[in-house]
Design a binder for this molecule. Structure first.
Ligand code: 13P
Length: 273
């Protein structure tokens, strides 16, 4: 059975660890994430971005996830990532998502609070956990400028946001960015510690692809309990496809899918910090 995202995250917090949330948008990405979880012996979050509705709809994703987790030995949450529409958020919850993210980070503080409070009502109605976001991040597909220090999450506002919205998990901006990093990423551990101490709730680090595992481990020690990963897996998948296609003339699609799935599972396996 799919579980609420906050349950997995809180269990990880008890042992000073975190849960990876891998972006999924079809059968292969889901199978890869579950295979990586099985091999690591750890819980996992399957994260479907609201921006991926052209790849599959909520109902198909929810039914596939529900079916696959029945045979899975570790706990799994089905998460709606970066949703900016309360209507879509409700739709996902209605068909079986167990974890929701309302992303109002692009709005001003008051509107973000107001909309996230409405998302809280929907989440409670369907027994889902809720993640909110405060601070600036670039777009999920890596486009847009990487956030500057001025856009990092403000700890005082974060405290107010958590008090006023009652989110279970808070996504923060502390030097992280979606997509490929230009140069070594600099994650502000001081800012993270302050956010952890002011909010007292689990923090999520988006844009975790390409952050060295030593840095991720430090971030986890400073309160990160959920790390979101997509880019490295997605790029490894297409690089592997190129390699397989170059190796064999008349490569069949079913073989390609299997090869890509194994490669995605291999990369995902490196994110169980
Ligand atoms: P990356 O694509 O940079 O790994 O980020 C994924 C993410 O944060 C999805 O919410």
């Amino acid at each position: 059975m799919l579980e609420r995202g906050d349950q997995l995250v809180r269990s990880a917090a008890k042992i000073g660890s975190c849960v990876p949330a891998f972006t999924i948008y079809n059968l292969e990405t889901m199978q890869a994430a579950l295979e990586a979880s099985r091999l690591a012996g750890r819980d996992v979050i399957l994260a479907f971005g609201a921006g991926y509705l052209e790849n599959a709809d909520f109902d198909v994703i929810a039914r596939m996830a529900d079916s696959l987790v029945r045979k899975h030995p570790y706990r799994v949450a089905l998460h709606l990532d970066h949703c900016r529409s309360l209507k879509l958020l409700k739709e996902a919850a209605r068909v079986g998502f167990t974890s929701l993210m309302y992303d109002g980070s692009g709005d001003d503080f008051a509107l973000n609070v107001q909309e996230t409070r409405e998302a809280r009502i929907i989440a409670d109605q369907y027994n889902c956990s809720l993640e909110g976001e405060l601070g600036g991040l670039n777009n999920e597909d890596g486009t847009g400028d990487a956030p500057t220090i001025a856009l990092y999450t403000d700890p005082v506002l974060a405290h107010r946001y958590v008090q006023e919205t009652n989110v279970d998990i808070l996504a923060v901006s502390v030097g992280n960015a979606h997509g490929e990093y230009k140069g070594a990423p600099h994650i502000s551990l001081d800012r993270l510690r302050e956010l952890r101490d002011r909010t007292s709730i689990p923090l999520a680090l988006h844009g975790s692809s390409g952050i060295p595992s030593a840095t991720l481990t430090e971030a986890v020690a400073c309160g990160i309990r959920k790390i979101n990963v997509n880019t490295e897996v997605a790029l490894a998948a297409t690089a592997h496809a190129r390699h397989m296609l170059a190796e064999k003339d008349k490569l069949r699609m079913e073989a390609l899918c299997k090869g890509i799935r194994a490669e995605m599972a291999r990369i995902m396996g490196t994110y169980f910090i």
